[in-house]
Design a protein around this ligand. Structure first.
Ligand code: GLA
Length: 386
């Protein structure tokens, strides 16, 4: 990938790139739709990464090309806005815009990207793109933000700003933190209220299990209204309950809080968030005591809550998770924003092929597009490759 990308960069821009940087996609083990509620989540970085070959330019112009897209996109740094450059390149341009807005001295760049993160699969290909570019910008403009966890957290915050303001997706921040902060063989316990992070050992291989990811290929988009509507419902509920975020609702006071809300729909949204945060804590305890059965049980409970209370699952995700369970998975759940995208399952290593085939058969029977399953291990964060 790195050699090919370097050659393609030279072909596109007429000279070799200064370097190549990459950043991973993620799956969230548990803690869904909790990040924008100040809650807890537990993502791992995927082995699949987005690579960016990059050189500096001294004319304040950003030129961007992608192995997955036709054409070259060009924009001046001072023209970047929610309207320009739009499309996939908004995720690249937005990062430079956000860094400049924070007062960093950034200039123009030539950027060529390629990715092994499946696009539109709910595996954070957009965060991987932002974070690969952010890593390159940090090094090329000597911002030094990759050198410490604190710097990486600041870089992640800029990427979130890029996504929220320039790309127009009102996402929470888990994906960018995962891409910049996850360590190999660990899950990242992310406290979205305090910003605290902790690495939790995650290596199913030693237990004879694998994490199976199934991309359902069901359409999924975070810029449509559904994600924003869920976020708005939570913020509205927090206002009604007189708290900054739903994180403030203690599980022991959940029933009282629910009794103070008028709408049944909003009550279910709140119940999901508060119980999901508890499930993250329980999952961390279970992982730390090697109790994979309990982790699996929590996966199932999380999926049910996302399906019934938060209403962000879809038929494909329900069929995939149910089929995984009936063919030997310890637990299975949708991962990411939902409405399509991917699910994850903890599966005994010797059953992985059986589960993947069973999901394929179930999808064919239901008339769904063929899914794509693969196993993943917890991988490393954004870095310079060459
Ligand atoms: C998407 C968003 C994240 C998070 C998840 C749901 O992946 O980008 O910020 O809200 O959905 O947990």
């Amino acid at each position: 990938m790195i050699d090919e990308l370097t050659a393609a960069f030279e072909h596109t821009f007429g000279a070799a790139p200064t370097g190549v940087w990459s950043a991973p996609g993620r799956v969230n083990l548990i803690g869904e739709h909790t990040d924008y509620n100040g809650g807890l989540c537990l993502p791992i970085a995927l082995p699949q990464r987005t690579y960016a070959a990059v050189s500096r330019r001294d004319d304040g112009v950003l030129r961007m090309a992608s192995a997955q897209q036709d054409g070259l996109v060009e924009v001046s740094l001072d023209e970047i806005s929610p309207e320009r450059p739009g499309g996939w390149s908004a995720y690249v341009a937005g990062v430079l815009w956000a860094l400049a807005k924070e007062g960093h001295e950034v200039g123009g760049l030539d950027v060529l990207v390629d990715s092994t993160v499946p696009l539109g699969a709910g595996l954070s290909s957009s965060a991987a793109l932002e974070c690969a570019v952010a890593a390159a910008a940090s090094d090329l403009f000597a911002l030094g933000l990759l050198e410490s966890a604190e710097g990486r957290a600041r870089l992640a915050a800029r990427c979130v700003e890029a996504e929220n303001t320039i790309a127009g997706a009102p996402t929470g921040g888990m994906d960018q933190s995962a891409s910049l902060l996850c360590d190999e063989r660990s899950a990242l316990l992310l406290d979205c209220r305090s910003g605290d992070t902790r690495q939790v050992p995650f290596d199913l291989g030693g237990e004879g299990h694998v994490l199976l990811v199934t991309d359902t290929r069901a359409e999924h988009a975070l810029v449509d209204g559904q994600y924003a509507a869920r976020r708005e419902a939570c913020e509205q509920a927090a206002r009604e309950l007189g708290v900054d975020t739903l994180r403030e609702i203690d599980p022991s006071g959940l029933d009282d809080a629910l009794a103070r809300l008028d709408s049944d729909e909003v009550r279910r949204r709140v119940r999901h968030v508060v119980t999901e945060i508890e499930r993250v804590e329980a999952a961390v305890r279970a992982l730390e005591s090697d109790d994979l059965r309990e982790v699996g049980r929590l996966f199932d409970a999380s999926h049910a809550s996302l399906r019934d209370d938060y209403e962000v699952s879809c038929e494909e995700l329900d069929v995939a998770t149910e089929t995984a369970r009936t063919h030997g998975a310890l637990g299975a759940r949708m991962t990411g924003g939902g409405f399509g995208g991917s699910c994850i399952a903890i599966v005994p290593a010797h059953d992985a092929d059986t589960v993947a085939s069973a999901i394929e058969v179930a999808f064919a029977d239901a008339g769904f597009t063929a899914p794509q399953s693969f196993t993943v291990t917890a991988s490393g964060p954004a870095h310079r490759d060459a």
